[in-house]
Design a protein around this ligand. Sequence first.
Ligand SMILES: Cc1cc2nc3c(=O)[nH]c(=O)nc-3n(C[C@H](O)[C@H](O)[C@H](O)COP(=O)(O)OP(=O)(O)OC[C@H]3O[C@@H](n4cnc5c(N)ncnc54)[C@H](O)[C@@H]3O)c2cc1C
Length: 398
Amino acid sequence: MKHIDVTNVRVVIIGGGGTGAALAYDLATRGFTCTVIERGELTSGTTGRHHGQLHSGARYAMGDREIARECMEEVNILRRIAADTIEMNYGLFLALTEEDETFVDRFLTACDEAGIPARQLLPAEALRYEPAINPATRTAVLVPDGTFDAFRLPLQFFASARARGARIRPWHEAIGIDTNQGVVSGVTVRDLRSGPSRERHLPADIVINAGGPWAGHIARLAGVTVDITPAPGTLIAVRGRLCNMVVSRLRPPGDGDIVVPQRKLSIIGTTQWTTDNRDALLARDEDVPFLMRCADELVPGFSDQPIHAVWAAARPLAGAAGPAEDGRAHSRDFAVVHHKGDGAAGLYTIIGGKATTLRAMAQITVDRLCSDLGVTIPCTTHIEPLLSHRDYYRRVSA
Ligand SMILES: Cc1cc2nc3c(=O)[nH]c(=O)nc-3n(C[C@H](O)[C@H](O)[C@H](O)COP(=O)(O)OP(=O)(O)OC[C@H]3O[C@@H](n4cnc5c(N)ncnc54)[C@H](O)[C@@H]3O)c2cc1C
């Protein structure tokens, strides 16, 4: 192995969502010099708008055991390192029709094979666990789902990263990724707090594009093509905490099949379509009656509650992941691509993933980066509890 002092390796992360937060913490923990730039407030992209479900992986188990197993492992880790932001109230998958019931055995086997503890309940037992569910439930399965605060979890990572020396720069937009003879040399950054004239070059040896649905646009700043289609989904929050558990439909994942309690609200989601405009996402009107009907099937009376908010958030749907040299998916919903073969060595793009697996995605990315640099530095982010989300603001105002 070469000897590289990684404290001299400057990494710029573009994107201050959950993925950027976990990356900053991992890199700082392993000793890299790193800066996060985010064009808005931290978590102002998809991260601040998602459903807030801590996925046990049960939802994905029938389709992909690997993704499901990864979710379960991360739930167990986050319960240790980020206990403050998590409500571990478990989840119920409800079979409401004869057709739903045909999935029960497959679902239980899939959960078992993915290492997810799942237990079938009689309807009366399920109603004792969660009185708000549809009393016509034919059978239910109990799984270790939970909820988390979409803002606070990333802030815990940001606070912990900064305590280890990472620089966090909200309101800084990447407007260029600079290369020199096929190797990245830095990022041209605009400081949005002080008008368009404040532009500067931020030197970097490595740039990580953690732009979520904007990742394709960010890659183009380096002249690289990354095929990403933003795929928004609508979410509706009604007033009142109608249930304490996550309530899902027992069938292959589809639209409108999860109700998540968040503080004093209940949220139904979601739908999916594609768009070119990731900056002006509006929920589709037709989704509202559809989602309300779906919610009423899971938690009767949901649609009688006053609507608190209707909004949309976009997933970065991976098309073909671009003409990149290598680095295909670790699990099928997440890929790290190194753009060495595209004339931008040192530029990495993260495509896809889930908020639940943010830490694992960062670990896989930084392991990959270390391997490309020829250094071995083990990841330790699964061990120590993170700082509180409050520490982020305490130190900003200090
Ligand atoms: C409807 C919906 C519901 C979901 N529900 C769940 C759930 O319940 N549980 C779960 O685990 N996952 C869920 N997800 C997935 C989860 O939301 C995402 O995986 C996660 O939020 C992605 O985070 P990110 O940091 O990769 O992207 P983002 O949060 O989008 O961060 C990218 C950031 O890049 C910034 N940016 C863009 N361009 C620039 C630039 N030029 N310069 C600087 N910054 C820039 C943006 O402002 C943005 O903040 C859901 C997704 C959707 C769409």
